[in-house]
Every structure is written in C-alpha cells, then in structure tokens.
Design a protein. Structure first.
Length: 238
C-alpha cells in the first residue's frame, strides 16, 4: 500500500513517496536529522517499529522501503522477525547505489518479512530489489515507479501504472500523480483511502546542487496546505 516515483533534475532528482498504512497505526514522527557513520540524513520515524520507510542523506543518496504483499501471502514468516524499518537506516551512510547493491546482496535477510527496497543517488543511478522471504531478487521495472497494494493488487497496480503513463506523458508533474484522487473507488488512487487504511503521509524529496529539500505532508495532521520542510546542505559525493 505505497507508491514511489522519481525523476531526474539538472543536478539531482525529485522523489515522491506515499506511505499507506492502517488507520489504527500510530502517526509517524516528523522527519529529523540523524547520523550514521558520520553521515547526516533526514528520515521520519515510525514510533511502533522504531524504524523508517525512507531516508535521504547529505550526499543525496536515498533508500526507500515498501511492503511486498504478494510474497507475504506465500512466505513463511520468521518466528522472531526483525523490523524492516531498520533497513533504510542500515544503508543511510552510503553515497552511491553501487555500494548499497554490494551490501544488500551479501546481507543476511532471513529475519525480515518480505519487502521491496530501492536506492537512488545524486548521480542518477537507481536500483531496486525484492526479498520474498527466501531469495533476494532484482526488481525489474521499465520506469522509475513502484506501487504496491494489499487490496485487488493487480487491478490497483495496473490503474496506478496507467495513471503514471498518462500524467508523465503530458507533463513532469509527479505531485499530480501522487495527490491524485481521480478514481471513484478511492482504494485505487495513489492518494489512497479505504475503511481500514489510508495514505498517512507524502514525502517530497528534491536533491539539488547545494541542498536536499524534504517536504513532508502529514495527512494524519496538518494536511496539504502546510507541509513540514527540512533542509540538509548537500556535501560532496562520497
């Protein structure tokens, strides 16, 4: 129940992530500056799991995480699962996608439930992988767009992918895509709403030449009109 897309900018990229969760799940804490191995990064915090679903650091390297619902139906859960929200933080010190790819390919993932993880860096490189509970597989995609849903997964994902193609075919406005509520069945929209779940927040990250700008739309609180803005000075590539 999440959607992420990104596009290149002249000296970086823009990435937008819709986090969809159960209505009963606790509201996340606003993005804050943290550090990993002397590298500063911005990330919101999930108070229940203690981790996060998205990180962007001072050199413009971003890690994002989605649930992998199709695999969850089939996979045997570990008896004592480790929080998947710890994974973005574990990769937060990297500067390049190639470094993160090397690490995740040798990382022991048996304690984690299925997930999809993606990496994007300030040089325009990106990669994504899916852990199905048994194997780590490269997540093949034709476009810089990933969406998941636990409700009518194939139909919902097909609608959102078609919407991506339509909007990006007419403009480069990713905000229009992520804030779309055009479908009469609100569960299909990127800005999703169901009786049991909804889009909790929208993260808009822009990696620019001299700074990283993070706009956080808290849909469990202030809403669209007053996003929280956090800024990191962009340091040289590592």
């Amino acid at each position: 129940m999440c959607t992420v897309s990104w596009r290149s900018l002249e000296s970086g990229y823009q990435l937008i992530f819709n986090r969809d969760e159960q209505r009963t799940r606790s509201k996340a804490r606003l993005p804050a500056v943290c550090a990993s191995k002397n590298v500063s990064y911005l990330a919101p915090l999930d108070p229940e799991g203690g981790g996060t679903w998205i990180v962007v650091n001072e050199v413009g390297f971003c890690v994002f995480l989605l649930n992998y619902y199709a695999a969850q139906v089939q996979a045997a859960f570990p008896s004592m699962p480790q929080s998947r929200g710890s994974l973005p933080v574990a990769f937060a010190h990297h500067g390049k996608v190639s470094e993160a790819v090397e690490e995740i390919q040798i990382k022991n993932l048996e304690a984690y439930r299925p997930f999809i993880v993606g990496f994007v860096d300030g040089n325009g490189a990106s990669a994504s992988f899916a852990w199905n509970g048994d194997q780590l597989l490269e997540w093949t995609r034709e476009k810089p767009f990933i969406t998941t849903s636990s409700f009518k997964a194939q139909s919902v994902q097909a609608y959102r992918e078609n919407l991506y193609d339509t909007i990006l075919g007419n403009s480069e406005d990713l905000l229009e895509l992520h804030f779309s509520e055009a479908h009469q069945n609100k569960a299909f929209n990127p800005l999703m709403s169901r009786p049991d779940a909804k889009t909790h927040c929208v993260s808009v990250i822009e990696v620019q030449q001299s700074e990283i700008r993070y706009q956080y739309y808290d849909l469990m609180g202030s809403g669209f009109d007053t996003p929280e803005v956090r800024i990191l000075s962009r340091s040289g590539d590592r």
